[in-house]
Design a protein around this ligand. Sequence first.
Ligand SMILES: [Zn+2]
Length: 83
Amino acid sequence: MIFTTLSSCDICATLIYMRQFNRVVVGDVTNASGNEQMLREKGVKVDILEDLAGIAFYAKYRAEKPEFGMEDWKDLATVRKAA
Ligand SMILES: [Zn+2]
């Protein structure tokens, strides 16, 4: 089992099923989502907490540091394209 703050990005989601994790617990799909269904189709049990304190905390972080918030989830290329 693995716990993640946000929904996993494409690379992390791929590693989660390739490394045969059987379950992922996602804290927040409000600030980032997209690979939950793919993981389920690969046989990984996905639980989504939608923890309100965590959602607010990450939204504040991304608002204050958008370059870091998007780098965490979408990589530097996305940040540079948006700039
Ligand atoms: Zn990732």
